[in-house]
Design a protein around this ligand. Structure first.
Ligand SMILES: C[S@@+](CC[C@H](N)C(=O)[O-])C[C@H]1O[C@@H](n2cnc3c(N)ncnc32)[C@H](O)[C@@H]1O
Length: 243
């Protein structure tokens, strides 16, 4: 059993952000940075106004999974590109560049975040938008060095798997290092994968946009884009600044 398939099942169940993504990706051409196994591409495929949808993903196994997803495979508007986004330019400028979920946090140091945002600006049409989703940290819990989250899910083999995500926060570097362990309940077979995420504050994001030549034109603090007080994420809509 490989970790990529288990990752796909684990992340496909995340749906809280999908309505916000659909309403913000209202452009003619959309590029998703770090498309993973295609969770978001499947949703973008439902948007009728988009004539070009590009997912860029650097992990080959995830690219294969995204390409084999029925909604992606059957849609001629979608291309899944196996590349590091920093070195990829779309064939023509796009109207939306999307960093969904916590993709911007995959760029662990400030310099690489500014670079990737600057590159996103390069991919845009004149009136295009960069859309960034980022987790909004609970500062009361920020001092916790270790976190653990455990849940059960049905694996690709139809069996039940206990999934545990353990994260250790490196406060000095503001990075969280996480180990995901999937254990098949029936025989204890275990599969492990790792990832690291930067713990970015809102102010740091705002400074990164400025350094990258992007201008914040709108901000939401919840997935539902309403004015409720659920503050589980930040959504930033950015345009290219004057050159
Ligand atoms: C947290 S996953 C998000 C996947 C998907 N966007 C979603 O919302 O479900 C982040 C993905 O970004 C990819 N990624 C990170 N840095 C990248 C880069 N420089 N170029 C392309 N993909 C990258 C990772 O391989 C990973 O699959």
């Amino acid at each position: 059993m490989d970790a990529s398939r288990l990752y796909k099942i684990r992340t496909d169940s995340i749906q809280t952000d999908l309505a916000a993504i659909s309403s913000l990706c209202d452009g003619e051409s959309i590029l998703e940075v770090g498309a993973g196994a295609g969770r978001v591409l499947k949703v973008l495929a439902k948007l009728e106004q988009a004539s070009v949808i590009i997912g860029v993903e650097r992990d080959a196994a995830l690219v294969d999974l995204a390409r084999s997803d029925e909604a992606v495979r059957s849609d001629p508007r979608i291309s899944v590109i196996h590349a590091d986004f920093s070195g990829y330019l779309p064939p023509a400028p796009v109207s939306r560049v999307l960093f969904s979920f916590n993709v911007v946090c995959e760029f662990l140091d400030p310099r690489s975040r500014i670079e990737v945002l600057r590159h996103a600006a390069r991919c845009l049409t004149g009136d295009g938008r960069v859309i960034v989703f980022a987790p909004l940290h609970d500062f009361e819990a920020f001092s916790e060095r270790e976190t653990e989250h455990r849940f059960s899910m049905e694996g690709p083999d139809g069996q039940s798997w206990t999934t545990t995500i353990r994260c250790r926060r490196d406060h000095f570097n503001q990075v969280s290092h996480c180990v995901v362990t999937y254990v098949r309940d029936v025989d204890g077979h275990a599969v492990e994968s790792r990832y690291s995420n930067a713990l970015i504050t809102r102010n740091e994001l705002l400074a990164s946009y400025e350094a990258a030549g992007l201008v914040l034109i709108n901000e939401h603090t919840s997935y539902d884009l309403g004015d409720g007080d659920s503050r589980e994420c930040l959504i930033h809509i950015l345009s290219k600044g004057a050159l």
